[in-house]
Ligand binder design. Structure first.
Ligand code: ADP
Ligand code: ZN
Length: 707
């Protein structure tokens, strides 16, 4: 067998492996499944390319984007490696020819999209000697991930059709839950897990609250000037904002370009080329930009608008400083963007998960502790020291020794076996006499009342910091219960001390102002909650163009403050909440209260279940959308999940036969462009397409059962 080091030298010219590469390669060579988590630029490609070269047969590499495939294949071919890609931008003859060569054993690596793999799978399984299968961007398979793509769920057939063949799932971005989901969704067999470090200490992190338009331009200008020989990226929320920013910068005389998915492919390609060649100083882009760009001297990344989740944010800032030299990441934060983001989330069909992810992103923006620790603990890397290279480390807020508070909280969590969320833990610490606390016997545990010295809001702030610092983790899959991490246990046992930022009351949604400029009066928790509820009322009244009091009177809000409803049921009993208003606004206000109590804004699954019940009672998706006050696409999103769960089979009420056939047809003809073609030529929106695909999956599952 050829030795991996000589392959590394011969084909790539490198003399040693990076952390993880060797172990990952060895495991695949021995036929074991693996999950590989490495940040962008960590060297994932070599992990599958080298075993592909060493092992007999041909490796299949699943990759979601044609552009990425071409980027990978060309340099391989240039180094004399027989690799090829099968995709729809290539002549069908060539595609067939590549498969034929693979059957003859002349090709070592085939890159292929998941859609296409599904079509070719029977042939490949039957006739190609597959060495192993690598799945890139594997987080797309998980509903917990930030980039769920239904087509990825089909990849579970790989294990069924090629049972003896190892699978390597790779991703640059996955939180704890997504990781285990990847392994389960692909039916991996006791996989080797490699979790590379996500730390990028050379990127300095800062957040600027409410920067204002002029200030934004001033900061971007100064970055361009500071790094005038290199380039940077400004990420914007929408195409329109991208164009506005580009225009403003070009007017100031900078070499700027614009990049978003609405531009014709040719223009996009030129823009990308100009950027890679260093002809421009700044790209104003939506997230569509940057995938697969291997440009090592991007010196700065500005987020003009807050991203929807931490994974995206980390991936985007990670494009800076890949050469390891100092780089800067600045996030402009204002609350209006959160509101816009929230409306995207409502349309996403995965509202609860995405809402939770957005909340975490918002907490990052509003945080007062070391920002790097927040990011790393999000990816389950615990650190016990601050980074010194973020704004909070450079301008620290007043610190207190929080060891005792942490020990009290952790001890309460441990004593109830990590079976509750933050709100209940705080109630225990503060000796609440709420019925639930007494019923469950929590008043008998030793820590009951141990934290009376702090207000609930103070506990809230400190416990959030403990989560951000990696002492406590939130079990998203388990009703948001809190549990101690290993690092937390050390603090509990007195082996480590912990510093926390002193509590300062915050205005809902807005970041702390510099304490030197304004010293805000301290709000009581009730006043704080009232204020949060009023902000929500304002948000809704502005959106709908009606007066505040038409939504809820102050008296009704006061009753919410007093009774703090945690469920829709409790909300319905608040004075002034009629059925109609409950349907229209209940969830939003409930969300405010729940968030205030440290709970997730909504309970996972409730909304999906609701949609199914209403659908089964005979309502159309449009009627359901109306009564729930969400978009039709959200309702489709919910119902589609139920198709995949085998709980909904009344397909024709979602997708007409005609549309269904048109959709299947397009996906057979041109899978990569099917979404666009269906929308443009037949006006079939994505949510109908997704429902149709779920239906097809259902038929596939059920016809397999018959065999
Ligand atoms: P990823 O896919 O994880 O984003 P890549 O596989 O594109 O990362 O690798 C990033 C860069 O690091 C590439 O230029 C690659 O050639 C280089 N690289 C990978 N492994 C090594 C190694 N062992 N020694 C030196 N350079 C490496
Ligand atoms: Zn820091």
């Amino acid at each position: 067998m050829t030795d991996k080091l000589s392959v590394l030298k011969k084909y790539y010219g490198y003399s040693s492996f990076r952390p993880g590469q060797e172990e990952i390669i060895d495991n695949t060579l021995s036929g074991r499944d693996s999950v590989v988590l490495m940040p962008t630029g960590g060297g994932k490609s070599l992990c599958y390319q080298i075993p592909a070269l060493i092992m007999p047969g041909c490796a299949i590499v699943v990759s979601p984007l044609i552009a990425l495939m071409i980027d990978q294949v060309q340099p391989l071919q240039a180094n004399g490696i027989p690799a090829a890609a099968i995709h729809s931008n290539q002549d069908e003859h060539d595609n067939q020819d590549i498969l034929y060569q693979a059957i003859q054993g002349k090709i070592k690596m085939i890159y292929i999209s998941p859609e296409r793999l599904m079509i070719e799978m029977p042939l490949i399984a039957e006739r190609v000697n597959v060495s192993f299968v690598a799945i890139d961007e594997a987080h797309c398979i998980s509903q917990w991930g930030h980039d769920f793509r239904p087509v990825y769920t089909n990849l579970k057939v790989i294990k069924q059709m090629l049972p003896g063949v190892a699978i390597m799932a790779l991703t640059a971005t996955a939180d704890r839950l997504t990781r285990s989901d990847i392994a389960a969704a692909l039916s991996l067999n006791n996989p080797f897990m490699w979790i590379g470090s996500f730390d990028r200490p050379n990127i300095s992190l800062s957040v600027l609250s409410d920067p204002g338009k002029k200030n934004r331009l001033r900061i971007i200008s100064s970055l361009i000037q500071k790094y005038h020989m290199d380039s940077g990226i400004v990420y914007c929320l929408s195409r329109k904002k991208t164009e506005e920013m580009h225009k403003a910068l070009a007017e100031l005389g900078y070499k700027s370009i614009c990049y978003h998915a609405g531009l014709p492919p040719q223009i996009r390609e030129e823009a990308q080329k100009a950027f890679v060649n260093g002809e421009v100083q700044v790209v104003c882009a939506t997230i569509a930009f940057g995938m697969g760009i291997d440009k090592s001297n991007i010196r700065w990344v500005v987020h003009n608008n807050i991203p929807g989740n931490i994974e995206s944010y980390y991936q985007e800032i990670g494009r800076a400083g890949r050469d390891g030299l100092p780089a800067e990441a600045i996030l402009f934060y204002n609350f209006a963007d959160i509101i816009t983001r929230r409306s995207f989330v409502e349309d996403s069909g995965q509202r609860e998960i995405n809402e939770e992810k957005l909340d975490l992103m918002q907490r990052y923006a509003e945080a007062s502790v070391c920002r790097r620790r927040i990011l790393l603990s999000y990816f389950s890397e615990e650190r016990n020291c601050d980074c010194g290279n973020c704004d909070n480390c450079r301008n620290p807020r007043k610190k207190i020794d929080g060891t005792i508070y942490a020990q009290k909280a952790l001890s309460a969590i441990v004593r109830i076996n990590a079976s509750e969320g933050m709100h209940t833990i705080i109630d225990i610490l503060r000796a609440s006499t709420r019925a639930e606390i007494i019923q469950k016997g929590y008043h008998k545990i030793k820590t009951y009342g141990a934290g009376r010295e702090l207000y609930p809001m103070e506990w809230n702030s400190y416990m959030l910091q403990m989560i951000q610092l990696g002492l406590i983790e939130v079990a998203y899959e388990d009703n948001f219960h809190l549990r101690p991490t290993e690092y937390g246990m050390k603090v509990l046992r007195g082996q480590e001390r912990i510093m926390l930022s002193a509590y300062e009351p915050q205005k809902y949604g807005s970041n702390r102002k510099k304490s030197e400029t304004i010293s805000k009066p301290r709000l009581t928790p009730d006043e704080q909650l009232m204020e949060n509820l009023k902000v929500m009322r304002k948000e809704i009244s502005q959106k709908r163009g009606i007066a505040d009091y038409m939504i809820f009177s102050d008296a009704t809000l006061t009753d919410m403050v007093k009774r703090r409803p945690k469920t829709i049921d409790e909300m319905s009993r608040i004075s002034g909440v009629s059925e109609l208003k409950l349907a229209a606004y209940g969830k939003d206000f409930l969300g405010v209260v729940r968030k205030f109590l440290g709970l997730s804004r909504t309970e996972i699954g409730t909304s999906q279940k609701e949609s199914l019940i209403l659908f089964n009672s005979g309502m159309t998706p449009e009627e359901i959308a109306k009564i729930k006050n969400v978009t039709v696409s959200t309702v489709y999103g919910h119902l589609t999940l139920w198709i995949d769960d085998d709980k909904l089979t009344d397909f024709r009420r979602l997708v007409s036969s005609k549309d269904y056939n048109t959709i299947l047809n397009e996906f057979t003809k041109d899978p990569e462009n099917a979404y666009v073609n269906l929308k443009e030529t037949y006006s079939i929106p994505p949510h109908i397409i997704r429902a149709a695909q779920a239906e097809r999956r259902w038929h596939n599952r059920n016809s397999n059962d018959l065999k």
